[in-house]
Design a protein around this ligand. Structure first.
Ligand code: BES
Ligand code: MN
Ligand code: ZN
Length: 505
């Protein structure tokens, strides 16, 4: 997809569709006359009579604008200008993208200046426009042999604006990078589990490493055995697929590999529950149990493109969780990479096991702070619904600064408590240091809290995306299916940390 910035008058727009933002009372706008002229002076009547709605996200398509070469105009209502935020603007453009999706040859001009308000400037619009259009028009390239909607991407998006071209270009580019990374995370999550195995996940990492010059390390079963990664090996035991521990290192910060941020992702390519088998209805959809890994890969893609001045290590623990004669069982006791022993009470609490070894490995590889991302518990959905990511932390200040990044991207995060009493219950076992399933009451806290046992004193944030990783219906920023949640927030957080660095310009 090509994006261009066109510093020209609206009358010179010449692509297939022109997207125009229309706030309440458009007649009060400075640009009103030129806008109205495009419609033979009749736009106000249409708005008054309700034929063209200015309600937020209302879409009206018209066949043509006079005096331009564009074939169609897509109006999108902006509602009261005062209430527009960059988050709403992103949703507005996602709606426009959704409206235009599926038309391969569609070349879209966006009249960027029609979206700017007193508080939202041209570069905010450029960032939201490209990002929103790409997120909203996302479609998984499925396996239907009859599908005729395969080519969903716009051939070209042109931003028409009188604002400074370089600034717009930079903002549009960042918007493109963010959206494309989210869309690749979505595609990973949507890919069926017989195709996306742990080995395939490692191949994805290999491609990222090549494209962005990351250092890559991939551990297979043998290496895991040598190192003593008993937790991930236990989960993998019943599988015919090899497990993979995937490590990507991006050395954007200081040269001595200190101040390293660790991003750790749960990459369970399929979760049957193991011998603590899921009921048949609860199993469907468990191809998405690698949403945390996808979010980390998405973030690394953004980092690779934008190259913030920060050292980052990504660690993905990937395997499926299957049943077979030699699968791990409830009552098994395993020894994790950290040396801590774990009594397995529930083989369906497998995510925390693979994360335990991944977190330990991240620390051994130099991570000074950790964020783990995982579709970890159904409990987070019970607690917060499907539109909020649940969090835990052991470091207030670290969490506060992460929250600022999440406010910037609009990906909602809410923190739950993790008390000494909760930790005590994790440390209760007749035979081992920890148990992997202390109970169903508040079990989001036990899931994340278990991972926290391995983070120890290292500043740590846990993100449970079991609710937010997939949407059961089309949503504000995309279609039903994988959302790619947290890719943007993780990357934005790293970018913000890099900007705080004393030696950064
Ligand atoms: N992958 C699941 C969690 C999940 C549930 C993700 C729903 C997406 C949607 C996880 O491995 C799991 O099975 N968790 C159990 C934990 C329990 C056994 C303590 C759960 O939440 O029921
Ligand atoms: Mn499970
Ligand atoms: Zn799982």
């Amino acid at each position: 997809m090509k994006t261009t910035i066109a510093n020209k008058e609206i009358e010179q727009a010449a692509l297939d569709v022109l997207v125009v933002g229309l706030p309440e009372h458009p007649e009060n706008l400075e640009r009103w006359d030129s806008l109205n002229d495009l419609f033979g002076g009749r736009l106000l009547d249409w708005v008054k009579e309700g034929d063209v709605s200015t309600d937020l996200k209302a879409v009206t398509k018209l066949p043509a604008a006079s005096g331009t070469a564009v074939k169609r105009v897509l109006f999108i209502g902006l509602g009261p200008a005062k209430k527009l935020t960059d988050q709403i603007l992103l949703e507005v453009f996602a709606k426009a993208g959704k409206e235009l999706k599926g038309r391969k040859a569609e070349n879209v001009s966006i009249w960027a200046d029609s979206f700017t308000t007193d508080t939202l400037e041209a570069d905010d619009t450029a960032f939201a426009a490209i990002q929103g259009m790409l997120l909203g028009s996302y479609q998984f390239d499925d396996y239907k042999t009859t599908s005729n909607e395969k080519d969903f991407c716009f051939a070209e998006i042109e931003l028409i604006s009188t604002a400074d071209e370089d600034e717009l270009k930079a903002a549009a580019e960042v918007g493109r990078v963010h959206a494309e990374a989210v869309n690749s995370a979505r595609t990973l999550v949507n890919t069926p589990p017989n195709i996306l195995t742990a080995v395939k996940m490692a191949e994805h990492a290999e491609q990222l490493a090549e494209r962005y010059d990351f250092e890559l390390e991939v551990l297979g079963k043998e290496e895991m055995e040598e190192l003593g990664m008993g937790a991930i090996l236990a989960v993998n035991k019943g599988s015919v697929e090899e497990p993979r521990l995937i490590v990507l290192k991006y050395a954007g910060g200081n040269e001595d590999w200190t101040d390293v941020v660790g991003l750790v992702g749960k990459g369970i390519t399929y979760d049957t529950g193991g011998y603590s088998l899921k009921p048949k209805d609860g199993m469907v959809g468990m191809k998405g149990d690698m949403g945390g890994a996808a979010a980390v890969f998405g973030a690394m893609q953004i980092i690779g493109e934008l190259r913030p001045k920060k050292n980052v290590i990504a660690v993905i623990a990937s395997t499926d969780n299957m049943v077979s004669g030699d699968a791990f069982k409830p009552d098994d006791v395993i020894t994790s990479l950290s040396g801590k022993t774990i009594e397995v009470l529930n083989t369906d609490a497998e995510g925390r096991l693979v994360l335990a070894d991944a977190v330990t490995y991240a620390k051994q590889s130099g991570a000074d702070c950790l964020i783990d991302v995982a579709t970890l518990t159904g409990g987070v959905i019970v607690a917060l619904g499907k539109d909020k990511t649940g969090a835990l932390t052991n470091d207030e200040a670290f969490f506060e600064s992460f929250m600022e990044a999440s406010l910037e991207t609009g990906e909602f995060v809410w923190r739950l408590p993790l008390t000494e009493n909760d930790k005590k219950r994790l440390r209760t076992s007749d035979v081992a240091d920890l148990n992997n399933s202390p109970g169903r009451d508040g079990h989001m806290i036990f899931g994340g809290g278990f991972v926290g046992e391995f983070a120890g004193d290292t500043p740590w944030i846990h993100l449970d995306i079991a609710g937010t990783s997939e949407a059961g219906a089309p949503h504000n920023l995309g279609p039903k299916g994988a959302t790619g949640v947290m890719s943007r927030t993780l990357a934005t957080f790293i970018e913000r940390l890099a900007e705080e660095e004393p030696d950064a310009e």
